[in-house]
Design a protein around this ligand. Structure first.
Ligand SMILES: [Fe+2]
Length: 335
């Protein structure tokens, strides 16, 4: 449970986190310092000064450079030591740096082979950059392996039991899912016809009568999930409302038993309603705290009894496909 897929982009931070101070973050087991220079340039380095191995995150930003808080050794965004107090030009000293791409309000990091880092292979979170979609997001640290969060999102039947106040729909565990793998993507679908809307749908859209509720969840590696939700008033009801939601989920392993969970929730209607955006964000943040409780308890049980195998349910088809895909890719990276 502590192997990670290395050759993928992971979200390292929200853009707005990188301000006037360096931040420390463990990513795929490696202590990393992230910082934004005065010009806006960003850097990710091993959080360890070459001199006395002090965390560089304890230092300060000086222009576009990072100065160690111990003896003032200073590094640029590429990890090159550009100032070593007492010496003329410290040409050959570097700390490891990591490729970064900043897009859609997120900062993506590449922890694998730097020669394989390709800016065109970011996870597909493009809706965050489209005017049609309006939303907001957050970040949550969960003390559970990223695969457990992946599995949580690939089986939305848990909404009925974990999220009674928000996402619960009575029919969710009665309607079977279809699951398929298309290349390196796993897709799970469920269409619930003529059902009572969830409390979240009722409040966010205004439904009072039954709806058709479509859920599509797509997993792509490293560990990303895009959920597309769509509701339409049921034919024969007096309402004619429809809407689309996207839930973007980027799980960045911290350690084998903890994850930085970045998320974004957007909608494609009533875009100018900022109080609705705030309400949706707050409701989702509360909902994910319910998941956190379940996931962390699950991780504690797995850690204490690692040999016990889970018993699968019919709704686990997507989980099985995603686990198999991840295992194949891990083996590929190991070879
Ligand atoms: Fe959940």
């Amino acid at each position: 449970m502590s192997k990670f897929l290395n050759n993928y982009w992971y979200v390292a931070a929200n853009s707005e986190e990188l301000k006037d101070r360096p931040i420390a973050r463990i990513i795929l087991g490696n202590p990393i310092v992230l910082f934004r220079g005065k010009s806006g340039k960003i850097g990710a380095l091993d959080d360890r000064c070459a001199h006395r191995l002090t965390p560089l995150s304890l230092g300060r930003i000086d222009g576009d450079q990072l100065e160690c808080g111990y003896h003032g050794w200073t590094y640029d965004c590429a990890g090159k030591c550009v100032r070593l107090p007492g010496l003329e030009t410290p040409q050959k000293i570097t700390v490891k740096s990591f490729p970064l791409v900043e897009k859609w309000g997120w900062v993506f990091i590449w922890m694998g082979d730097p020669d394989k880092a390709d800016n065109n292979t970011l996870p597909d979170f493009h809706v965050m950059g489209e005017d049609k979609w309006v939303g907001d997001g957050g970040m949550l640290r969960v003390e559970a392996h990223c695969d457990l969060i992946r599995d949580n999102l690939l089986d939305l039947t848990h909404a009925k039991y974990t999220h009674k106040q928000t996402l619960a729909t009575e029919d969710v565990d009665r309607v079977p899912v279809t699951a398929e793998r298309v290349g390196d993507l796993v897709r799970v679908k469920r269409v619930m016809k003529n059902i009572q809307p969830s409390p979240f749908f009722a409040r966010a859209v205004g439904y009072t009568q039954n709806i058709i509720h479509r859920q599509t969840t797509e997993f792509t590696p490293g560990c990303n999930i895009v959920i597309r939700l769509r509701g339409n008033s049921s034919p024969g009801t007096s309402e004619n409302l429809k809407n689309g939601f996207r839930v973007l989920n980027a799980m960045t392993p911290e350690t084998g038993t903890s994850t930085h969970y970045f998320w974004w929730l957007g909608r494609d209607y009533n875009q100018e309603n900022t109080s609705l955006t705030q309400w949706m964000k707050d409701a989702n943040a509360r909902t994910f705290l319910e998941d956190k409780t379940v996931l962390e308890g699950q991780q504690r049980n797995i850690t204490s009894q690692p040999t016990q195998q889970p018993v699968p349910s019919p709704a686990d088809k997507g989980l099985t496909l995603a686990a198999k895909l991840t295992e194949e890719l891990l083996q590929g990276e190991a070879e």
